[in-house]
Design a protein around this ligand. Structure first.
Ligand SMILES: [Zn+2]
Length: 156
C-alpha cells in the first residue's frame, strides 16, 4: 500500500485510522494529469476524539467527476450515509469527505477550504469534518471545525 493507515495530530493526542479497504479505494483513484477528479464520503466510528474510517464511498454515475462535493452529497452518498447509520444503530456515521488532486503531495485549494468550512458548519452533530485529499504520493488529512480551526494530521 502506498498510503499509511494511521495518522496523528502534531501533538500526538488525536488519531485517525483508515481501514485497509479504505486505503485501497483511495489508491484505486489516483489522479493523472489528464484524469478527472474523483471523490466521495468517508464513513466510520467516532471513538472519543479519535476517528476510525471504515468505508470510503466510490464516485457514482451521477457525479460529474469534476469538482464539488456539494453536488455529490445530494445524490447517492448522502443516502449511503443514512443507510449505514440505520444498519449500525448509529455506530457508523458520516465523518467526512475525500477527493483526488493531480499533485504528488496534495494541498487544499482555496475552494476546498471554503467548501470544507461550509460542510463543517452544516454538520448537525457539531463534530469536525474529516477532510482528505488523495495525491499520488501521499494523502492530505485534516480536521475542519465549524469555528474555522483546522488541524492537519501527519502519517505515523
Ligand atoms: Zn481539492
Amino acid at each position: 500500500m502506498r498510503f499509511l493507515t494511521t495518522w496523528q495530530s502534531p501533538a500526538g493526542e488525536q488519531f485517525v485510522y483508515f481501514s485497509q479497504n479504505v486505503v485501497e479505494v483511495l489508491e484505486s483513484h489516483l489522479q493523472s494529469d489528464s484524469g478527472t477528479e474523483a471523490g466521495g464520503i468517508l464513513l466510520g466510528h467516532v471513538r472519543g476524539q479519535h476517528l476510525e474510517v471504515l468505508e470510503a464511498s466510490e464516485p457514482t454515475n451521477q457525479d460529474r467527476r469534476l469538482r464539488y462535493f456539494f453536488e455529490r452529497m445530494i445524490h447517492g452518498h448522502k443516502s449511503l450515509a443514512d443507510r449505514r447509520w440505520q444498519e449500525s444503530n448509529g455506530l457508523v456515521r458520516y465523518i467526512g469527505e475525500w477527493h483526488t488532486h493531480p499533485q504528488e503531495i496534495p494541498s487544499p485549494s482555496s475552494i476546498d477550504l471554503n467548501e470544507w468550512q461550509v460542510l463543517a458548519q452544516d454538520r448537525i452533530d457539531r463534530r469536525p469534518l474529516l477532510a482528505v485529499i488523495v495525491g499520488r504520493q501521499n494523502l492530505h488529512v485534516e480536521l475542519v471545525h465549524a469555528d474555522g480551526r483546522r488541524l492537519e494530521f501527519i502519517a505515523e
